[in-house]
Design a protein around this ligand. Structure first.
Ligand code: UDP
Length: 558
């Protein structure tokens, strides 16, 4: 029933005057209610302040009248802060008189129509006495939950019992009057005593709600059933629970412009992305999409297609892998690749350092030597991947948040539109971290201080990590990386896949989960077990070592 059309115009001669509090969270439900009542045939007049004035052009069917701060330009609040506005209009009773004058004029001007009632935000408590004096019923829209209304109505009681003053040693204790709440919840309301301006405002609000002709909540019975039963004695007035967002979205009353450009992106990332790929039950749709192919006509898709085709036409295929790691996959290969296959654990034979194109920073070893065993997060996203500046900062903050020592490889050009580190906050990396341009990666992974490898799941990096028994945090970018990240996390289970982007809190918590928390124990153990298998695979009689022998024989026989 979103944006439903008027059901009837029979009641159109009945007008409702509505007065929202001019804060976004109060404006939205009032306009949703206005739309709803309009769709039921009422005419609507909206009273509003110039401060945070609603966008009237979104509501050609309503009548608008500005009040309270509609004096000369310099008396208006359009430029001033929310706190100032509240100070002037909510916490003081002075506005009542001005409001009365305006309302009286308004009522006189709509003589031919019947004004059914006034509906105001609960915070406009003084409108009750004004409505009473004009014999106009006032209904209250309370924009919070029923539950909070009930707790608010007990503020004097809670203050009597001393909850707002209890010292911090009681924070985790239960509030016996509201067993659902802890003392810290009640303190967080922000009231120190019932004499606070806020306490008085809420007190006035409650008092005038009870004096009103009815109260409307943005809620529903099934959600707050138990609370509903607690209401009657306190509020001897008609009560209505309406689920506003089910009738109208709040977009039309947004004070700030809502950025609409995100939808194509959202459509792209959300499209069934969590679903499983039937042909490869291990993979989610998003993993396959992340390979980076849009159609088989892409240049990249063509390249991969040719690679596969010509591999099948070759005299043999060699992988940097080992049988124990990809046993199940090995069983799936034959029909597809009718050529001799060899799995060789390269990093176990030679480290990649000697073929490094960039100089590897060797100065980190004295620093690494000083770090506690298995405490360091080694971070590298390989030689090609790039991040946006925003992601770069999330990584940086995530590392700091983790409170673990870290060694981070940031290549020149790693951050899009930056040269190197210029967008990092001042003081970064601090005492705990080191940032280098390029590292002797395998040696770092082999160092006893290294506890976890946060990798882009490039295959070389993955194999190097496995060979050294280092558990991984996987952040894939494209190509085979999303597939390998999934495999490491779901099959080998030696990595945690950070699959929903880069957010500092997630980063810090996953680092701590692997390095510090007890639940990380299993993943650390599995990484050790896999390392042992790798070690055994290259020993005499092991699968990798046999593969080397077979390869040598095979090549010799060609
Ligand atoms: N590497 C390095 N120093 C670094 C980062 C990476 O020597 O600071 C090496 C790493 O040991 C690995 C290679 O660069 O052998 C990266 O290959 P991978 O397949 O992991 O990722 P790619 O760069 O192809 O995305």
């Amino acid at each position: 029933t979103m944006d439903s059309q008027p059901e009837t115009t029979a009641r159109r001669h009945q007008r409702i005057i509505m007065f929202p509090v001019p804060f976004q969270g109060h404006i939205n439900p009032m306009f949703q209610l206005a739309n709803l009542l309009y769709s039921k045939g009422f005419s609507i007049t909206i009273l509003h302040t110039n401060f945070n004035a609603p966008k009237t052009s979104n509501y050609p069917h309503f009548t608008f009248k500005s009040i309270l701060d509609n004096g000369h330009e310099n008396e208006r609040f359009s430029q001033s802060s929310l706190a100032d506005f509240a100070q002037n209009f909510l916490f003081k009773q002075d506005a009542a008189e001005a409001f009365r004058d305006e309302l009286e004029l308004l009522l006189a001007s709509v003589q031919d129509e019947q004004v059914s009632c006034l509906i105001t935000d609960a915070l406009w408590h003084f409108t009750q006495s004004v409505a009473d004096s004009l014999n106009l019923p006032r209904l209250v829209l309370r924009t919070g939950s029923l539950y909070s209304t009930i707790v608010y109505s007990s503020i004097p009681l809670l203050d009597d019992r001393g909850y707002f003053k209890l010292d911090d040693s009681h924070l985790e204790e239960q509030v016996s009057e509201f067993p659902l709440l802890k003392v810290k919840d009640v303190k967080k309301i922000g009231i120190k005593s019932s004499k606070d301006p806020l306490a008085q405002l809420l007190g006035d609000m409650m008092k005038q709600i009870k004096a009103s002709s009815g109260i409307i909540w943005n809620s529903f019975k099934e959600l707050e059933e138990t609370e509903l039963e607690r209401v009657p004695d306190d509020f001897p007035i008609p009560r209505f629970l309406i689920t506003f967002p089910k009738y109208f979205t709040a977009s039309s009353s947004s004070l700030l412009e809502q950025d609409q450009t995100i939808f194509p992106w959202l459509d792209h990332v959300c499209e069934d992305s969590e679903e499983q790929v039937v042909e490869f039950p291990l993979l989610k749709v998003k993993d396959v999409k992340k390979i980076g192919i849009k159609s088989t006509k892409d240049l990249y898709a063509e390249l991969i297609g040719n690679m596969v085709k010509q591999t099948k036409a070759s005299s043999g295929i060699i992988w940097n892998s080992f049988k124990e790691l990809e046993e199940t996959e090995l069983d799936r290969v034959p029909d597809d690749f009718p050529v001799p296959r060899f799995l060789i654990l390269f990093p176990k034979y030679f480290k990649a350092s000697s073929s490094s194109l960039q100089e590897q920073d060797q100065t980190i070893f004295p620093w690494l030597d000083q770090q506690p065993t298995k405490s360091v997060v080694y971070v590298s996203f390989g030689s090609l991947s790039q991040v946006e500046e925003k992601e770069f900062l999330e990584i940086a903050h995530g590392l700091v948040y983790s409170k673990q020592p870290f060694l981070w490889v940031v290549r020149m050009g790693f951050v899009k539109n930056s040269t190197w580190l210029e967008s990092l906050p001042e003081g970064f990396p601090g005492e705990r971290g080191r940032v280098v341009e390029w590292a002797p990666q395998h040696e770092v992974l082999a160092h006893e201080a290294t506890g976890v490898f946060w990798t882009h799941s490039g295959w070389n990096s993955t194999m190097e990590s496995i060979c050294e028994g280092v558990p991984m945090i996987c952040s894939s970018f494209w190509g085979d990386q999303p597939l390998d990240a999934r495999y490491m996390s779901d099959v080998s289970r030696v990595g945690v896949y950070l699959e929903n982007g880069l957010q500092r809190e997630d980063i810090a918590s996953v680092i701590r989960r692997i390095l510090v928390d007890e639940e990380g124990e299993e993943i650390r153990e599995r990484a050790q077990v896999l390392k042992q298998k790798a070690d055994e695979s290259v020993m005499k009689g092991g699968a990798s070592s046999e593969s080397v022998e077979t390869l040598v024989d095979y090549i010799s026989s060609l």
